[in-house]
Design a protein around this ligand. Structure first.
Ligand SMILES: [Cu+2]
Length: 123
C-alpha cells in the first residue's frame, strides 16, 4: 500500500487525514467484497397471504428480504427447520443464505402459504 508516501512533511495534516480516510474506506470495501463476491439482496413480497416467486438465481451469501404487505404477521419457516423468520405485518425481515440446496418453506400461521428457495453455491 502507498500510505507511507502521504506521511511526508510535504503533506498537510488535513490532506493526510483525508488520505487515511480514503484508505480505511477502501480497506472496508475490499474486506466486504472479498467475503461475499457478488452478494445481493433479493426481495420476496408477501401480498394477500402469498409469497412472490423468486425469478433470479440465488447464491449462498445472498440475502432474502421478505416484505410483508399484509395486515397480519407471517413467517418464512424452512420445512427442514434450518431457519424461521418472522415478518410482522407491514414490516420487512431478512435472512442471509448460508447453505446451497432446495428449501421448501411455509408460514407457521398459514400452513397453506408455501414458497421455495433454490440456492446455488457461492459465486
Ligand atoms: Cu402467514
Amino acid at each position: 500500500m502507498n500510505v507511507r508516501k502521504y506521511s511526508t512533511q510535504y503533506v498537510g495534516r488535513t490532506e493526510l487525514r483525508s488520505a487515511l480516510r480514503v484508505f480505511i474506506f477502501a480497506m472496508a470495501c475490499h474486506g466486504a467484497s472479498a467475503a461475499t463476491p457478488a452478494a445481493k439482496v433479493v426481495e420476496i413480497t408477501i401480498d394477500k397471504v402469498t409469497f412472490s416467486e423468486v425469478k433470479v438465481t440465488l447464491n449462498v451469501g445472498d440475502t432474502i428480504e421478505w416484505v410483508n404487505k399484509d395486515v397480519v404477521d407471517h413467517t418464512a419457516t424452512a420445512k427442514n427447520k434450518d431457519w424461521d423468520v418472522v415478518i410482522p405485518a407491514g414490516k420487512k425481515a431478512r435472512l442471509v443464505l448460508k447453505k446451497a440446496g432446495t428449501f421448501d418453506y411455509f408460514c407457521r400461521y398459514h400452513p397453506n402459504m408455501v414458497g421455495k428457495l433454490v440456492i446455488a453455491p457461492a459465486k
